[in-house]
Structure formats: C-alpha cells, structure tokens
Design a protein around this ligand. Structure first.
Ligand code: PGA
Length: 246
C-alpha cells in the first residue's frame, strides 16, 4: 500500500503574515494521516524552513535551476535549496512549460539536478484541452514522462509524478476520477517498463482538487495523492484534503 502524499502548490500567492497564518493553521490541525508538503515561492523558503523545522509537514520549491551554479541571473540552485532543508521541487509545471517555454529536455535536466542534491522532483505532466479533444492525451503525457525517465535512468524510481490536465488547473473543472485513473494507469505502466520501483512510486493528481472531490479522486487505484493549487491556500481546505486521502 502506497502512503498518500498531498502537496500544496502556493504558486505566486502569499505574504509573510498570510503564510505564517496558513502554516500555523495546518500545523495546529494536528497529525495528518498522509505525507504532506507545501511548495512555496523562493523568497519564502527561509521563513518556511524555520517555521516547519519541528513539524512533520515538509516543504519544497516550485522550480529549480537546471544548472549547478554560475552566471545564471535570477536562478536558484538545487544546492541552495537543499542547504535550507528543501525536500521537494516541482518541475515542469504546465504554467512554466506554457509561460516560460520549458521543454521536456529542460524539465528532465531540472529533475536530474534536484535528485542529485537529495531533493525529490515532482514531475508534472498533462495535456491541454485541445490535445485531449484530439485524442493525444496518452501520447503527450508519455512523451513528457519519457524525457525524465531517460534523464534519471537508474534513479527514475525516486521521482514523484504529478498528472495535471492543463484544462483542469485553476478552472474548477476537474477530471472525473475515471478520467484521471485512466491516465494514471498509463503512467504506471510506463514506469513499470522503466523501473522495478514503479509500484512503490507516487503518482499525484492535480487540477481543481477540493475538499469535496478529493476523496473520490484519491480513492482510485493509481492516484497516490494530490498536487493542490487554490485549495492549498486555505488551511482548513488543505487539511480536509489530507484527511480525505485515507
Ligand atoms: P489548482 O492548481 O488546484 O488551483 O487547479 C493545481 C496546480 O496547478 O498544481
């Protein structure tokens, strides 16, 4: 049985006071029945590391540089994040693929460098509405995941995968549990062909997960948790989703 993992993706939201309230609200809810983490904007990484030092709630980043170090203005390296205790880095979120032109190859490099520094990459894959309607969902997610599998090679079993249909992100339109499970099963099969660890790997679902749809989504055989955007900004909702995960 895989332990569920629920990860909040705060995106570009928050401020110091609001973040402190949000984290206090989650932590004060008591022990969560699943593994849980928050992925915060870079500028709040240090505050978060201090706030969560004694908590079982983990934290991560929303991106990481594909480079070790050097003249890369504005970038944040995996070593810098790890120095502060970072556990996860989201890579290849569809917003970065769409607005920052991130390619499958770049996403794979980021996943590799994160893992090399002891940070678990949360590798996002997902199709647009246009691709779904054209019957390309499977081909798109397999292509995106394949680039990372090849880059990580024998370490592929150490990543977390997140299936996030682009049309379901921030739209309130979530994939049905059956639609999500069908894609997760495809991803699991692809992982099985690549690594003996596939059955213990976590594949998260993301896209308009809320307290009222979480239980059904997370009950699917190959859905091992959630990557939560909007609902992760309210402590009560985030905690409710974590509780729905078991
Ligand atoms: P959402 O975002 O829950 O607000 O749809 C999910 C994500 O983009 O990770």
């Amino acid at each position: 049985m895989r332990k569920k993992l629920v990860v909040g993706n705060w995106k570009m939201h928050g401020n110091r006071a609001a973040n402190a309230d949000l984290l206090a609200g989650i932590v004060s809810a008591g022990p969560l029945p699943c593994d849980a983490a928050v992925c915060v904007p870079f500028v709040y990484v240090a505050d978060t590391a201090v706030s969560l030092a004694a908590s079982s709630l983990r934290w991560g980043a929303q991106d990481v540089s594909a480079h070790e170090q050097g003249a890369y203005t504005g970038e944040v390296s995996a070593a810098m994040l790890r120095e502060l205790g970072c556990r996860y880095a989201i890579v290849g979120h569809s917003e970065r693929r769409a607005y920052h032109g991130e390619s499958d190859a770049l996403v794979a490099d980021k996943a590799k460098i994160a893992l090399g520094h002891g940070i678990t990459p949360i590798v996002c894959v997902g199709e647009t509405l246009e691709q779904r309607e054209a019957g390309q969902t499977e081909a798109v997610v397999k292509r995106q995941l394949s680039a990372v599998i090849h880059a990580l090679a024998h370490c592929a079993g150490e990543m977390v995968v997140a299936y996030e249909p682009v049309w379901a992100i921030g739209t309130g339109r979530t994939a049905s549990p059956e639609q999500a499970q069908a894609v997760h099963a495809v991803l699991r099969a692809q992982l099985r062909a690549a690594t003996a660890q596939a059955d213990s790997m976590k594949i998260l679902y993301g896209g308009s997960v809320k307290p009222d749809n979480a239980a059904q989504l997370l009950a699917q055989a190959d859905i091992d948790g959630g990557l939560i955007g909007g609902a992760a900004l309210k402590a009560a909702d985030f905690v409710a989703i974590c509780r729905a995960a078991t």
